[in-house]
Design a binder for this molecule. Structure first.
Ligand code: PLP
Length: 408
């Protein structure tokens, strides 16, 4: 049976060029990067080149890139690592008061659930609401900053609806707040996992201190992520400590931030995927936005009661002012549950999803859509189509036919 995949925001296939780049590091150049002999040298050289590639892409120093086992782990390192810094000496955060972290109401589970776990440990967690299009309320964010605020974590582009936050503006706001208090915190973290494929993610320009990336959303392998941690170079040179404390201790790999033997093939594949994503960004953004517009225009004819969750269609898919990712189309089907649509379409040969793929396989309604002010009934009837490099007009026509069959 013909099967069409429209769930690229959940994960992407590994690109053949990425696979080719990784292959030698499984069984030929298999050395441990910490070993002193030539096998180890070959492995550490590959890790260093990969780190440099990713660092250069985002305008960072290579010592600011920490490889992790997933973006989920990188998000945990950002949140928990910054909170652990507070427990140390000299952080400036008052120890007799609860530290505060601020997140948006539409973070990915890896930030949201980590924040909730920290709340159970006594941290104050403030969730900033979003409007009906998923944009964070910047006034409420500014009002939530206080001297106990250690970290602000705002997702760059949302994985369910594609809304792109004004991270640069948030960066300026936090910088101003810090200057007014002559303080080095709050730190700003952004989860750029979905954004990276289509947006320039330069932490210095955005004013972020921490940034999360993932391999498998950009045609790289699963099980590899990275956390950018600002200023490690000067901190290391000056013998000072970082504002992020490691969660995994041991042999001191990854500049002490993440012990454990580096996964060389995955790191090499990740860097190759990053390199390719940057070269595809503009062209692919435009192509996919065009396909998405075509899909929506045709869908309205076969499903007139369907609604867009956010007004992303007919907007540019690339360039300076895009407000929604070009690859995500979230649609409300008032007459059918998301569970029905996803399973029925799967039987008919089209893979789509309801909400985030990253929570357990059990169906839950989307907290993201509810946070945007829509009733639960709508959240339970919304599904996400996400397009990728392999998607063609022919695929879209196929899926449209299947939708027509599913809703009859
Ligand atoms: N953050 C966002 C925005 C995501 O979409 C995902 C994956 O769905 C993650 C984090 C988690 O990534 P990983 O699967 O690498 O842990």
């Amino acid at each position: 049976m013909n099967r069409i995949y429209l769930d690229y925001a959940a994960t992407t296939p590994v690109d053949a060029r990425v696979l080719r780049a990784m292959q030698p590091y499984f069984s030929r150049a298999f050395g441990n990067p910490s070993s002193l002999h030539s096998f180890g040298q070959e492995a550490i050289a590959a890790v260093d080149v990969s780190r440099e590639t990713i660092a250069k892409t985002i305008g960072a120093d290579f010592r600011e890139i920490i490889f992790t086992g997933s973006a989920t782990e990188a998000n945990n390192l950002a949140l928990r690592g910054a909170l652990n810094w507070v427990k140390g000496q000299g952080s400036g955060v008052r120890k007799n008061k609860r530290p505060r972290i601020i997140i948006s109401a539409i973070e990915h589970e890896s930030v949201r659930e980590t924040a909730y776990a920290l709340r159970r440990d006594g941290v104050e967690v403030i969730e900033i609401p979003v409007d009906a299009q998923g944009f964070v309320d910047l006034k409420k964010l500014e009002a939530a900053l206080n001297p106990q605020t250690v970290l602000v974590s705002i997702i760059y582009a949302n994985n369910e609806v594609g809304t792109i936050q004004r991270i640069g503006e948030i960066g300026n706001m936090i910088q101003k707040y810090r200057s007014s208090r002559q303080s080095e915190y709050p730190f700003l973290h952004t989860d750029a996992v979905q954004a990276f494929q289509f947006l320039d993610c330069a932490p210095l320009e955005l004013g972020v201190d921490l940034m999360t990336l993932s391999g498998h959303k950009i045609y790289g392998p699963k099980g590899i992520g990275a956390l950018y941690i600002k200023n490690q170079i000067s901190k290391i040179k000056n013998g000072g400590g970082s504002f992020v404390k490691p969660l995994i201790t041991g042999g001191g790999q990854e500049f002490g931030f993440r012990s454990g033997t580096e996964n060389v093939p995955l790191i090499v594949g990740f860097a190759k995927a990053v390199e390719m994503a940057v070269s595809y960004r503009i062209k692919e953004g435009k192509r996919i936005a065009g396909l998405r517009g075509y899909f929506w225009n045709a869908l309205q004819k076969i499903a007139p009661s369907a609604h867009l969750t956010v007004p992303c269609v007919n907007m540019a898919g690339a360039g300076e002012n895009i407000r929604f990712l070009p690859n995500i189309l979230n649609i409300y089907f008032p007459d059918h549950s998301a569970e029905y649509m996803v399973t029925k379409l799967d039987i008919l040969g089209a893979a789509v999803s309801s909400g985030s793929a990253c929570h357990s396989r059990a169906h839950q309604s989307s907290y993201v859509i509810e946070a945007m002010g829509f009733p639960r009934a709508r959240a339970e009837r919304s599904i996400r189509f996400s397009f990728g490099r392999q998607t063609t007009k022919k695929d879209i026509n196929f899926v449209l036919k299947k939708i027509q069959a599913a809703i009859q």
